[in-house]
Design a binder for this molecule. Structure first.
Ligand SMILES: Nc1ncnc2c1ncn2[C@@H]1O[C@H](COP(=O)(O)OP(=O)(O)OP(=O)(O)O)[C@@H](O)[C@H]1O
Ligand SMILES: [Mg+2]
Length: 343
C-alpha cells in the first residue's frame, strides 16, 4: 500500500480538496483507495457527505489504551463510499486526543502502527492532515512513503516549504527514513500575471519535486465539497475534474517509478556483505546482500524511487560508508552515512 500524506501547515492551500478528489480519481483508475481524515476540523469527512459515528480518533484511542484493535471497531470505522473508495472519518474529538498522544513516548508512531496492525488490502492510503505541524501531522509523515504538499499562489507558501524541509530532517534523524516530497501548485489562475511569474519561481526553486500537474481555480470544486460530493460526482467534465484526473495519473507514475541503482565495492574476502539504509530500515536483509561480480568486487542493483537516501555497508559486525562515494553526511553515532541521490 502506498501511503501518501497531504501536508502543509498553511491553512486553505487545498489539502482537503486534493485529498478527496485525488482519492476518488485514483479509484476511477481502478485502484482501491483509503482516505484517512486526520484533521479535527473533519473537512474531508464532510466533503464526502459523511456524518460519522466512529472515527480515526476511536482507533487511536483504542490502540493507545489496549495496544491492539478489535475487528469490530475496524469494521465500524472503515466506511465504504464506492466499491473502491473508502474513508476513515475524523471528528473534533481528535483535537483532545492530540494532547494525550503528545505525552507518550511512541507519539510519532501511533498511526504507522495502526496501519500495520490493520493490514489493509488497499493500493493507496491518502491522509488529509490538519494545517499545522503538530503530533498528528508528524504521525502522518512517519506513516507515509510519500508526501504531497499543495501550494497556493502566495509568498507565504514558499516560506512554508522551508519549515517542511526542517520537519523532514527531524523525522529523518529520529526515524532514519522520511517520505519523498512532491509539491503541487493549486488554486492557479491562468489569467493573472502574478500566477505565471510565481509558477516560474516555484519551478526554479523546487525543480523535479514540483509535479507537472497544476490545479486551476474552479468554482465547481468548491461547490462539490459544500454539497458533500467529489468533483467527479458533481461536475465530471469540469476543469477541476480534468486536473484531478491528471494528478492521479501523475501520482501513479511518480509513486510507481523505481530506478535501479548499482552499488559496487572493491574487496576480496568479504564473508557476506550487505547494504543497509533508509530504504530497507537499516536491516541486514538477504535480498540486500551483495554478489561477487569480479574476483575483487561485489555489487548489487537496488530498486529506488526518486529521492535522497542514506546507506552504509555491513560486513562481519562492521558498518562503514561506501568508499567509492564521496557524498557523505554525519550519522547519529559520530560516524558517516553515504548519500545517494536518485533523480
Ligand atoms: N482549485 C480550487 N478552485 C476553487 N476553490 C478551491 C480550489 N482549491 C481549494 N479551493 C477552496 O479553497 C478553500 C480551502 O481549500 P481546502 O479546504 O482544500 O484547503 P485546506 O488546505 O484543506 O484547508 P485547511 O488548512 O483549513 O485544512 C475551500 O473552500 C476550497 O473549496
Ligand atoms: Mg483541510
Amino acid at each position: 500500500m502506498k501511503v501518501i500524506s497531504v501536508v502543509n501547515q498553511k491553512g486553505g492551500c487545498g489539502k482537503t480538496i486534493t485529498s478527496v478528489n485525488l482519492s476518488y480519481a485514483l479509484s476511477m483508475l481502478g485502484k482501491k483507495v483509503l482516505l484517512i481524515d486526520l484533521d479535527p476540523q473533519a473537512h474531508a469527512t464532510f466533503s464526502v457527505g459523511i456524518t460519522p459515528q466512529h472515527t480515526i480518533a476511536d482507533l487511536m484511542e483504542a490502540y493507545t489504551q489496549k495496544g491492539k484493535l478489535d475487528n469490530s471497531l475496524i469494521e465500524k470505522v472503515l466506511i465504504e463510499k464506492t466499491n473502491r473508495f473508502y474513508i476513515i472519518p475524523a471528528s473534533i474529538g481528535l483535537a483532545s486526543l492530540e494532547h494525550t498522544l503528545s505525552l507518550r513516548e511512541d507519539k510519532l508512531d501511533i498511526l504507522h502502527h495502526i496501519l500495520l496492525i490493520m493490514d489493509l488490502n488497499f493500493d493507496y492510503c491518502i491522509i488529509d492532515c490538519p494545517p499545522n505541524l503538530g503530533v498528528l501531522t508528524l504521525n502522518a509523515l512517519v506513516a507515509s512513503g510519500y508526501s504531497l504538499v499543495p501550494l497556493g499562489i502566495s509568498e507565504f507558501s514558499l516560506k512554508g516549504v522551508e519549515n517542511l524541509k526542517n520537519i523532514l530532517e527531524f523525522i529523518q534523524n529520529f526515524k532514519k527514513k522520511s517520505p519523498s516530497f512532491y509539491y503541487l501548485l493549486t488554486q492557479y489562475d491562468q489569467r493573472a500575471k502574478f500566477s505565471q511569474k510565481f509558477l516560474h519561481r516555484v519551478r526554479d526553486q523546487l525543480k523535479d519535486n514540483l509535479l507537472t500537474t497544476i490545479i486551476r481555480i474552479n468554482i465547481h470544486l468548491r461547490e462539490a465539497s459544500s454539497l458533500g460530493k467529489t468533483i467527479f460526482e458533481h461536475k465530471p467534465t469540469s476543469r477541476g475534474a480534468q486536473d484531478y484526473k491528471k494528478l492521479a495519473k501523475e501520482i501513479e507514475k511518480v509513486s510507481g517509478e523505481a530506478l535501479w541503482v548499482k552499488l559496487i565495492i572493491k574487496g576480496k574476502n568479504f564473508n557476506g556483505i550487505y547494504v543497509v539504509g533508509d530504504f530497507n530500515n537499516w536491516e541486514k536483509l538477504e535480498k540486500y546482500r551483495l554478489k561477487r561480480i569480479a574476483p575483487d568486487s561485489w555489487g548489487i542493483d537496488i530498486p529506488l524511487r526518486k529521492g535522497i537516501y542514506r546507506y552504509k555497508f555491513y560486513t562481519q559486525g562492521r558498518w562503514f560508508p561506501d568508499p567509492s562515494n564521496n557524498q557523505q553526511e554525519p550519522d547519529a553515532f559520530g560516524g558517516k552515512n553515504s548519500l545517494l541521490v536518485v533523480k
